[in-house]
Ligand binder design. Sequence first.
Ligand code: 8X3
Length: 258
Amino acid sequence: MMATDTAGTDRGWAVVTGASSGIGAATARALAKEGYSVLACARRVDRLETLAAEAPGIEAWALDVTDQDSVDMLAEHLAGRRVTVLVANAGGAFDGAPIADADLDSWTRSYEVNVLGTVRTVKALLPRLRASQDGLIVVMSSTAGHGVYEGGGSYVAAKHAETSIAGTLRLELNGEPIRVCEIAPGMVRTDEFAVNRFGGDADRAASVYAGVAEPLVAHDVADAVAWVATRPSHVNIDRMVIRPVAQAAQHKVHRVLD
Ligand code: 8X3
């Protein structure tokens, strides 16, 4: 069945936010491969269109999770469609500053995208997930949602909030046919995450992964999302913490440096 009809495939529609790169793009591909009709959402539509052209089953949709009108338009676009999965993935880190030097604009941005963006999207799409009678919400948090580290600042705080959102939602939706899973990746090497965090400083971004033999890649996390989504409807994977073997804990990373 074509991905662009309103019914979607038998698996229904999976909405992935932050799908223009990294984990989001890989997740869109992985879910399409599993037979979902995927609505890949992000601000950078040109990238989404490239993604959609590469992979059958993916439709591109412009979305800014920090903008209520934009999220309302997404919900309208999905009216009448059978939406079975929401991957609330849009997010990011925008600084690596200690709290003593906190840039409050960066904190605001972090909360706007990671926390309020997730709440706004979940709230807008809940009616569609309910209507499907077989919904799944995946909240993409981070190991930064479970531990703290120096310079983690706005990101660590926001990811702790996302962890709380996933847990609270699971309690509040108990009794409804909607699963809630939190995926908490550790060190994932993507093109943009660390570069964005350090304001475009590529050398500082590269130092995050220095000497680490095999950081996770976006597909490793996408694979987990696809696995969670394709469990039987009565199986709720509450949380997955995924790290590279070299990272035993947030501060315990095996590095081989020259
Ligand atoms: C990214 C993991 O270690 O940079 O979500 O906080 S970390």
